[in-house]
Design a protein around this ligand. Structure first.
Ligand SMILES: NCCC[C@H](NC(=O)CCC(=O)O)C(=O)O
Length: 447
């Protein structure tokens, strides 16, 4: 049996905008209220997906959320026609309007945590949508995320879906952005690294002072229990609170792993030496490569600005690996020098490819944020909804769909325009036909 790691990238939704909603995420806050370009954003994402298929990888697409989320605005007491709801929300509670318009589901690394069948007790691939409770605009994602995941990974013989964790900050969960899996081969049992920012019950755990720690230890432990992982398969690691205070709001801003390669900044974790020892102990037969980057090589500010660690490390069909990096890494001298140097070392990484994903970067999302990794056997892959797997035809169809429905600029005042509701829902309705998802959106279920 063959095994693959398939990246399921989030398609950028028609209402992509910069609202400054993510306190602790430097890019999001500093680009607040700038004009966005949803069409360009969606096309940048599609171009990255297409390039990965050109490298010979299997690439999937996850549909965006229904935005605006009028149900949530109505729950907040805004009533009357849809246009009236928008107008009143803009006047009385603009932050709610912005939240209900956010296209943040594009960062599918936060959609869910996924455990491949090689790691789980019942031999199925397990999915738990993230509750994303730390940010209001993201806390409204998990129900529809669950519906989209079920429509994509439908067959219960291979795929197990859990409900998101209870929506309280004690169990704050941000999904795969705080989860990395190391293994020798994708089909081998691996080690799942769960990185958390704080504990809600153990007072001795240090916490950041300035910015929130979005993920708790207790949330990570609950996911491991739900997925049927054991002590040999799941390792819980505390993030260094000091880096959270410097803008590392998810672990995937400071570390990334793929198979036997673990690439991270020396300040990423509270106890890095212990972590390396534990990984070696739990993966005794794996030829591990630890690529630790020192503050002297790349300082934390450059790492956060360039998203050096928010790169994807992908295994190509010839067994070597490539780093998929944002062009921002190329533009930051110390980072470019480090990436060039990695290519000269004796590791599986043999090439670095740069992609312009600046529309996403301006909201704090790099190449790795845009994808959810799902390791699958060929049998499991054949059970995935085939209409969500990217080929040349789907790539062209989605580009045309974007051209037809997306605006090329969006700012706060545009969000008050009721015709954006119709534009967005028309586009999403058509998308569910293209991807054959069924009625995953609340607006499709009315009546
Ligand atoms: N993994 C990357 C996630 C980025 C995301 N940004 C946002 O939601 C910004 C939205 C805005 O400010 O418009 C976040 O912080 O969770």
């Amino acid at each position: 049996m063959k095994h693959y790691e398939v990246n399921f990238d989030g398609l950028v939704g028609p209402t992509h905008n910069y609202a400054g909603l993510s306190f602790g995420n430097v890019a999001s806050v500093s680009n607040a209220k700038n004009q966005s370009n949803p069409r360009e954003a969606a096309k940048q994402g599609l171009a990255k997906m297409k390039s990965l298929t050109d490298l010979g990888l299997t690439q999937g697409v996850l549909a965006p959320q229904q935005r605006p989320d009028l149900t949530t605005l109505r729950r907040l007491g805004f009533s009357g026609t849809d246009a009236k709801v928008l107008e009143q929300a803009a006047l009385r509670c603009p932050q709610a309007l912005l939240a209900c318009y956010s296209a943040s589901s594009m960062w599918t690394a936060n959609a869910a945590t996924v455990s491949p069948s090689a790691d789980t007790q019942d031999g199925r691939v397990h999915f738990t949508p993230a509750n994303l409770v730390d940010k209001f605009h993201r806390s409204i994602e998990p129900d529809v995320t669950g519906a989209i995941l079920k429509a994509t990974f439908h067959d219960s013989k291979y795929f197990a879906h859990h409900q998101h964790l209870p929506s309280h900050t004690d169990f704050g969960d941000e999904g795969a952005a705080n989860h990395t899996r190391l293994c020798q081969q994708y089909g081998h049992a691996g080690l799942e690294l769960f990185v958390y920012g704080r504990s809600c019950s153990q007072n001795e755990h240090l916490q950041p002072h300035k910015f929130p720690a979005r993920q708790t230890l207790e949330a990570s432990q609950a996911i491991a229990r739900l997925h049927g992982l054991d002590e040999e398969t799941a390792l819980f690691i505390q993030q260094n609170p000091a880096v959270i205070d410097q803008g590392v709001f998810h672990n995937d801003v400071i570390a990334v792993g793929n198979q036997n390669v673990f690439f991270y900044h020396e300040q990423a974790f509270l106890h890095p030496e212990q972590l390396c020892q534990d990984i070696r102990r739990l993966l005794p037969n794996t030829d591990l490569h630890f690529i630790q980057v020192s503050e002297q090589q790349v300082n934390l500010a450059d790492a956060v600005k360039s998203y050096l660690f928010n790169t994807q490390i992908v295994t190509l069909n010839n067994g070597t690996m490539a780093i998929i990096a944002p062009t921002d890494c190329q533009e930051t001298p110390a980072v470019k020098a480090l990436l060039d140097d990695i290519l000269t070392r004796n590791t599986p990484i043999q090439q670095v490819l740069y992609f312009d994903v600046k529309q996403s970067m301006r909201n704090g999302g790099g190449p790795a944020c845009l994808r959810l990794r799902v390791a699958l056997s060929d049998q499991e892959l054949s059970a995935v909804n085939p209409n969500t797997l990217l080929d040349d035809t789907l790539f062209n169809t989605l580009n045309q769909w974007v051209d037809k429905h997306y605006r090329d600029r969006l700012s706060f005042d545009d969000l008050k325009d009721p015709s954006l509701i119709t534009e967005s829902y028309t586009a999403l309705d058509e998308l569910t036909y293209i991807l054959k998802l069924g009625s995953v959106y609340p607006f499709q279920q009315v009546g």
